[in-house]
Design a binder for this molecule. Structure first.
Ligand SMILES: [Zn+2]
Ligand SMILES: [Zn+2]
Ligand SMILES: [Zn+2]
Length: 91
């Protein structure tokens, strides 16, 4: 039997520090990272989630360190988990 009740919403985590955040805040209470950003693809003002809620553009990268591969904000130069530099492969 399918349960039609709403499931617990996925916990939204700060893309910068990974701590849980509340969408009602404008910045992460832990690190001050803005929770609402401009999508680099469609230019929309969007919640900083894994993908743009308007155009689906991914806003995360996986750490290029094979032992880590933590998913984080695409603008991070250094992985916030393992502190290794993230190599951007595009271009
Ligand atoms: Zn944060
Ligand atoms: Zn977008
Ligand atoms: Zn890493």
């Amino acid at each position: 039997m399918a349960d039609t009740r709403e499931t617990t919403p996925l916990e939204t985590a700060c893309l910068h520090c990974g701590k849980p955040v509340n969408r009602e805040e404008s910045v992460c209470l832990c690190c001050g990272f803005p929770l609402y950003i401009t999508c680099p693809s469609c230019g929309g003002h969007i919640f900083a989630d894994r993908t743009c809620e308007k155009c689906g553009h991914p806003l995360t990268v996986s750490c290029t360190n094979k032992k880590c591969e933590a998913v984080q904000y695409y603008k991070n130069d250094v992985c916030n988990i393992c502190r290794k530099k993230i190599k951007v492969r595009k271009k």
